[in-house]
Design a protein around this ligand. Sequence first.
Ligand code: FAD
Length: 324
Amino acid sequence: MSQFLLVFAEMREGKLRQVALETLGAAQLLAQEGDFIRIVLAAGSNTADAAAVLSAYGAEIIYTIEDEDLEHYTPDAYAAAIQAAVSEAQPTVVLFGHTALGRDLAPVIASSMGAGQISDVTSIEIKDGEGLFTRPLYAGKAFEKRSFTTRPAVITIRPNNIAAAAPDASRNPSAITELAYPTPSLRSVVKNVVRKTTGSIDLSEANIVISGGRGVKSADGFKPLEELAGLLGGAVGASRGACDAGYCDYALQIGQTGKVVTPEIYIACGISGAIQHLAGMSQSRIIIAINKDPEAPIFKVADYGIVGDLFDILPLLTMEFRKV
Ligand code: FAD
């Protein structure tokens, strides 16, 4: 008999986030465990557009829920929407992105379902018909592999680690069902959202991140990083050293107490490579470090290292990339 995997497709301002497609990719991996049907829930606004994308990316059934309560994230509204989808689908597994929103919601849903939860999963393998989930420990210094002993189960997927679902033109369009929003009483509401990040690319989803540390020396010192990031379609990040020094906003901080990023390319400029910074970026696919101290610890994790002054190197890199 078929079982159901429910994927929460995270949206922001009426658009699907990249992590939504990665969570669907994780569901496709898990579907190898048995006879699973993938259901995706898109909640918020503009869900018809999201449903069209999710259909092209291989969701078999799509639920949409729209209500003004879902315009901005509040736990009560989103938990109620997901619980409505859970009641409808009775899923064996529910998947979220391991984002600020997913980290908040997943335990609520797991608790309401009496489900076990495995969080921050970076890879999934199916061994002897059973899912085995890898997750980092101690800020990335170790990994563990876990499996579930009971079902239902809730999983959160670390962004930028599991391949996103691929578009599949050969499939029939998904069945799309509009679910009623259950209108819970909200114990908190969003009054105002004040954006702090610069640039349009979300740091935690960027394929290229160019980060500055105390070595950039001032807020103006970030300009060569911004220029290169703009040229490459990347986002600018920072070490806590740079944030503490007032060179940039804390919204850019990467590390143990900042954001975790896993881009294809991470360029660390004037960052020493403290363990707390590595916790937020060491899983990047290619790490390039620019530092004038050849003994800087960042070079131990870097795939490519450039010993030199970032204010000499970055304009040269920008000039070369402009030629491409
Ligand atoms: P520094 O360590 O001062 O390094 C600056 C580097 O710039 C040096 O290596 C220097 O050689 C190089 N440099 C200087 N000038 C140039 C130049 N012109 N060209 C090239 N290189 C140059 N840190 C984080 O980043 N993220 C976190 O989330 C975080 N969380 C923390 C949590 C706790 C509980 C604690 C105790 C610390 C945390 N830290 C975090 C701080 C961390 O320990 C380091 O202090 C911080 O990462 C250092 O920042 P930095 O590398 O920019 O500065």
